[in-house]
Design a protein around this ligand. Structure first.
Ligand code: MF3
Ligand code: CO
Length: 249
């Protein structure tokens, strides 16, 4: 598939989608507390997406059953919301959500600590989020695709964290997944040249331990092989002549 370059009108539509998605995340955030189930959060997301006139991007995608991915502790991505999964103090929870508004997709994820996480895990959240911000700064016309992943990898590996290889970011637009793939690792100065009008979902998935992951028998939930906790932050970012524009801010 070729890379779909967006016009400024399309980027504006994607920004509307992205702002709606941020409202969904903001509606969920106060409910990410001990005692809440991940299905409680799913219900809040579904109601908010409907209120905003959007459509849940994940639901039905290759048969995925929910609007959110809710991944607790050693779960890396694609955890399925459930009444039986109740948050406890010291847990971490990654919430990933995508919406479609007027045909345009946006995709964003955050990881929260419930109560107080252990210091090393708190550090994992801070470093993963900081690596995403530094990666966003690489989204400049004339830069290279793998500058993005190299930046994530340098920052996270310097702290001794494991960069997940089996899942990557992606182009996004009228589909959730467009070319190019956007790995969270790579060699600086390599990869295709970044152009104005590219829109990328950048999503570091970083483990407190080793990078390896496996998928549980439910066919979706990816967990760390070593049982270490994992963090995930994601933003949808447009590359413009004026620099990176985070559409999901
Ligand atoms: N942010 C994830 C991605 O880009 C979310 C997909 S979840 C799925 O792949 F359930 F829809 F697959
Ligand atoms: Co994504």
């Amino acid at each position: 598939m070729a890379i779909m370059i967006k016009t400024s009108q399309e980027i504006e539509k994607m920004r509307i989608s992205g702002v709606a998605l941020r409202k969904v995340h903001n509606a969920i955030a106060p409910h990410v507390i001990a005692g809440a189930s991940t299905m409680d959060l799913e219900e809040i997301a579904v109601a908010k997406i409907a209120e905003l006139g959007g459509k849940a991007a994940f639901k039905g995608y290759h048969g995925y059953p929910a609007a959110l991915c809710t991944s607790i502790n050693e779960e890396v991505v694609h955890g399925i919301p459930s009444k039986k999964r109740v948050l406890r103090d010291g847990d971490i929870l990654s919430i990933d959500c995508g919406v479609i508004i007027d045909g345009y997709y946006s995709d964003a994820a955050m990881t929260y600590a419930i109560g107080k996480a252990e210091p090393r895990i708190q550090k994992l959240l801070e470093v993963t989020q900081a690596s995403l911000e530094a990666a966003i700064d690489q989204c400049k016309v004339g830069g290279r695709l793998f500058d993005i992943g190299a930046t994530v990898q340098e920052i996270c590996e310097a702290e001794g964290f494991g960069v997940v290889r089996d899942f990557v970011g992606h182009g996004i637009g009228r589909s959730m997944h467009e070319d190019p793939q956007v790995p969270n690792f790579g060699t600086r100065g390599k990869g295709l040249r970044l152009k104005a009008g590219m829109v990328l979902a950048i999503e570091p998935m970083i483990n407190a331990g080793k990078p390896e992951v496996r998928v549980l028998p439910d066919g979706w939930t990816a967990v760390t092989v070593d049982g270490s906790f994992s963090a995930h932050f994601e933003q949808t970012v447009a590359i413009t002549e004026n620099g990176p524009l985070v559409l999901t801010r």
